[in-house]
Ligand binder design. Structure first.
Ligand code: SF4
Length: 126
């Protein structure tokens, strides 16, 4: 049996978890300790078997009252897809106006999610 220490990122308590697992054809979690609530083991098992992340970034805006619009993925994405998704976000440019919730990129890098705006950017001078 293998062991791994993880810091739970679900809430600010940051519990130090210890996961015990078997790894043969696929990883099987046997026990998780150190959690203050049941969200910890659920998060740790996902982190060990299918880790996901929410991407938060910004996209360049032309002709807006701000040069950038903050964006995020509208669903968690596989951790190993983060680099390719960020590359697509960094290469994108949008023309003002931009509205909160507007989809700016569909399926970035082929990942089943959207990149959505998290603030408004109005045209400059309006
Ligand atoms: S185990 Fe529960 S209390 Fe501890 S950090 Fe995770 S969510 Fe927060």
């Amino acid at each position: 049996m293998s062991k791994k220490n993880l810091t739970c990122i679900v809430c600010p308590n940051g519990c130090r978890l210890e996961a015990s697992f078997q790894e043969e054809l696929e990883l099987r979690v046997e026990e998780i300790t150190g959690h203050l609530c049941e969200k910890g083991p659920t998060w740790a098992e996902q982190e060990l078997t299918h880790p996901v992340r929410t991407i938060v970034s910004s996209i360049l805006v032309e002709g807006g009252d701000l040069p950038l619009v903050s964006v995020r993925t509208d669903a968690p994405i596989p951790k190993n897809a983060g680099f390719d998704v960020m590359k697509e976000i960094k290469a994108a440019t949008w023309r003002a106006p931009v509205s909160i919730g507007q989809i700016l990129i569909e399926n970035p890098a082929g990942v089943p999610c959207n990149i959505v705006a998290t603030r408004n950017v109005v045209p400059a001078g309006t």
